[in-house]
Design a binder for this molecule. Sequence first.
Ligand code: IZC
Ligand code: ZN
Length: 419
Amino acid sequence: MKPTLIIKNIGALATPTGNAPKAGELQGAIELIRDSYIVIAGQEILEIGSGEVPPRFVKSGAEILDARGALVTPGLVDAHTHLVFGGWREHELADKLRGVSYLDILKRGGGILSTVAATRAATQDELTAKAKAALCEMLALGTTTCEAKSGYGLTPDDEVKQLNVVKRLKGEQPVELVSTFMGAHAVPGEYMDDKEAYISLIIDAMLPYIAERGLAEYCDVFCETAVFSALEAERILSAAQKLGLGAKIHADEIDAIGGSEVAAELGAVSAEHLIAITENGMDMLAHSGAIAVLLPATSFYLGKGYAPARRMIEKGIPVAVASDFNPGSTPNLSLQLAMNIACYKYLLTPEETLTAVTLNAAASIGRSHTVGTLECGKQADILVWNAPNLDMIFYRYGSNQVKNVIKKGKIIVSEGRIL
Ligand code: IZC
Ligand code: ZN
């Protein structure tokens, strides 16, 4: 295969390795190659080496990118976002500052339900343009792969509208997208007195339609007080699994009502949030092999405590970190900021956090055979940072520290500008 792009003068290449999620001590066991280069052929990594680039590659005529001693890592994988939505919810900020809780805002018909109204009112074109702008920002911040949940439509047509936006965006911009159906994100107003009818609509109508058309790879449920119970989550997720979708669950975000246990029992690929997880929940997740997708920027915004990430690592649960970008509990799309908070508040090391936003995140969305590490044969999704080492990108915060983004072997962002 002919080289097409060479990254030379890499000061420190930091990457987890392999295709399997990393847990326990292995979570922080990244490979560090100083003074190295990467040779890319088309969309793939052809060779990684240390020292000078061998003359046969230099003579190949491939484009050369000089990293000038910088840190290089895999592209960031954001494994939990609510990317497609209408409107924002800045009007809830004043209530939040007065101490009104997230669940109380939802109970009043605000929260998720106000975004549902705005999403239903928006056209597919409007939602596409808005989500595309968000992806553009995420890309400049280093996110090269992103999961996107539906769940602001809550009717068959409006859920499909959201999923179709993601399908369209796959062809219209470079960030790789993985779709998750989350019709069980809230009970819509029109079903408030008949939740069971809404659950039947999800199981009997929405799921089969979406599975048949391949509109989503995963199904997620918001398992929370006054939203969906553990039993309801289990019914919805096992129906999804029978149709070939992978199971994910928003579990123990505010109250521990059994979501982690459901994830373990069903063999879900991931349990997400886990701020309020119990020891039993952690033990069950550890045995099941599910990945804990943690969302530290949500804890920061809600002010409700942080998931016990260190305890999870001690117990051998693979930990991923994601942004949770959404208009309610985390209007932040910077995975870099989530990385900083994971380091300062969970006390994850830079190495553990790097694995959490690359390999483990990729494994939680079924992409670890192609992205999440820098190894020969993997997709060339690569970041060159404005930093000489890994500690620097965790020590500094609040600035975009990504200099170049390479997606599928092409330089997409240079000096922070999208080309
Ligand atoms: O719009 O509030 N937690 N779902 C579960 C969310 C937050 C998103 C939202
Ligand atoms: Zn979420």
